[in-house]
Design a binder for this molecule. Structure first.
Ligand code: NAP
Length: 302
C-alpha cells in the first residue's frame, strides 16, 4: 500500500487510537506516527509497545507538520483540544476524530479549524470494553462499519483519502448526516449501554447474600450485561452528556415498550410475549447474516 499521509498525529492513543496506529504501521499508509496523551504512564506504554515514532504530552508539538490529525479522546474533550491545536495545524491537513457522538463534536471542533484545513468527523463502529494503548489491535476495524459525517462543502478529495485509509484498515464505509448518526447510535449503542449499566446497578443494590449469588451463578444474560457495563466510565459519561436529545427520545420509546412487556407478563399473555421474542430472534439472525456479530459469540449463540 502506498503512503496516504506522511505524518500522522494521534491526540489520545487508547484502544481506538492505538488500534489505528497498529493498523497504519501494518499497512504502510503513513511514514511517521506521533502519539500524544496526558499521563506519563500512557506515554511510557506507547514507547514500550513502539506504537509511535514520536511520543509527546504536548498537543502543539504533536500536530506540527502533521498531514492527518486523529483526535481519539473522550468526546467531551474534543472542543478544548481543537482550540489548542487549531492555530498550529498545517494548511491542507486533515483533522478527524473517532468519537461515538457526532453533532456535539462538530459544534465543539469546527469553530477552531482554520481555513484550508479539512475537518472530517468519523466514528468506527468497533470497540471492546477495554481501554488504553495496550488493549488495541490492528484487526479491530475489519469488517466493521466506519461512519464519516463530512460537513456540507467538505473537500471531496480529502474525504476520499480518509475513506481509503479506513478501507485499507478493513472497514466498511458509510457517510451520514451527524444528527442522523446520533439518532442511529442512540438506539444501537447508547441505549443498550444505559440498560446494561442500570441492570448491573440494580443487581449490585440487592442485599449482600443475593448479590453474591448473582455473581456466582451469572449465566449469559447478566454476564453479557456486565461485559458491556465494564466499558470506560468517562467515555460513556461524555457520550450521554453529548447526545442527550437522541438518547432521551429512544429512552422514552423504550420505557413505553417496557411498560407494555410488564403488562403482558402481568396478564400472562404467553402468545403476545412469544411474538415479541420471535421478532427478537429474527433481528439477531439479521445481524449474524450481515456479519456484524462477534464471530466467536455467533458460533456459541448463533
Ligand atoms: P481510551 O482507551 O480510554 O483512550 C483515551 C485516550 O484519550 C487516552 O490516550 C487518554 O490519555 C486520552 N484522554 C483521556 N482524557 C483526556 C483529556 N481530558 N484530555 C486529553 N486526553 C485525554 O479510549 P478509547 O476507547 O480509545 O476511546 C476514544 C474515543 O473513541 C472516544 O471518543 C470514544 O467515544 C470513541 N470510540 C470508542 C469505542 C470503544 O469501544 N472504546 C468505539 C468507537 C469509538 P491518558 O491515558 O493520558 O489519560
Amino acid at each position: 500500500m502506498s503512503v496516504l499521509y506522511r505524518r500522522v498525529a494521534f491526540i489520545g492513543i487508547g484502544l481506538i487510537g492505538s488500534s489505528m496506529s497498529r493498523a497504519m504501521r501494518r499497512d504502510g499508509t503513513c511514514e511517521t506516527i506521533v502519539a500524544c496523551a496526558r499521563r506519563a504512564e500512557t506515554l511510557d506504554t506507547v514507547r514500550k509497545l513502539e506504537l509511535a515514532d514520536v511520543v509527546t504530552a504536548d498537543y502543539v508539538e504533536a500536530v506540527k507538520d502533521a498531514d492527518l490529525v486523529v483526535i481519539a479522546t473522550p468526546v467531551g474533550t474534543n472542543g478544548d483540544i481543537a482550540k489548542i491545536i487549531g492555530p498550529h495545524l498545517k494548511p491542507g491537513a486533515t483533522v478527524t476524530d473517532v468519537g461515538s457522538v457526532k453533532q456535539a463534536v462538530v459544534n465543539a471542533v469546527q469553530p477552531h479549524i482554520p481555513e484550508g484545513v479539512h475537518f472530517i468527523p468519523g466514528h468506527p463502529l468497533a470497540g471492546t470494553e477495554h481501554s488504553g494503548p495496550e488493549s488495541g489491535f490492528p484487526e479491530l476495524f475489519e469488517g466493521r462499519w466506519t461512519i464519516l459525517t463530512p460537513l456540507p462543502g467538505a473537500n471531496a478529495a480529502a474525504v476520499e483519502k480518509l475513506s481509503t485509509l479506513w478501507r485499507t484498515m478493513g472497514a466498511k464505509l458509510a457517510t451520514m448526516d451527524p444528527v442522523h448518526h446520533d439518532q442511529v447510535l442512540a438506539i444501537t449503542s447508547h441505549l443498550p449501554h444505559l440498560i446494561a449499566y442500570t441492570i448491573v446497578g440494580t443487581a449490585s443494590d440487592l442485599a449482600d447474600d443475593l448479590r453474591q449469588e448473582v455473581i456466582q451463578y451469572s449465566a449469559s444474560g447478566f454476564r453479557d450485561f456486565t461485559r458491556i457495563a465494564a466499558s470506560d466510565p468517562v467515555m460513556w459519561r461524555d457520550i450521554f452528556m453529548n447526545n442527550r436529545d437522541a438518547v432521551l427520545e429512544v429512552l422514552q420509546r423504550f420505557t413505553e415498550d417496557l411498560t407494555q412487556m410488564q403488562r403482558l407478563v402481568r396478564k400472562g399473555d404467553g402468545q403476545a410475549l412469544q411474538d415479541v421474542f420471535t421478532r427478537g430472534r429474527a433481528i439477531r439472525r439479521g445481524i449474524v447474516d450481515a456479519k456484524q456479530a462477534d464471530p466467536e459469540e455467533a458460533k456459541r449463540h448463533g
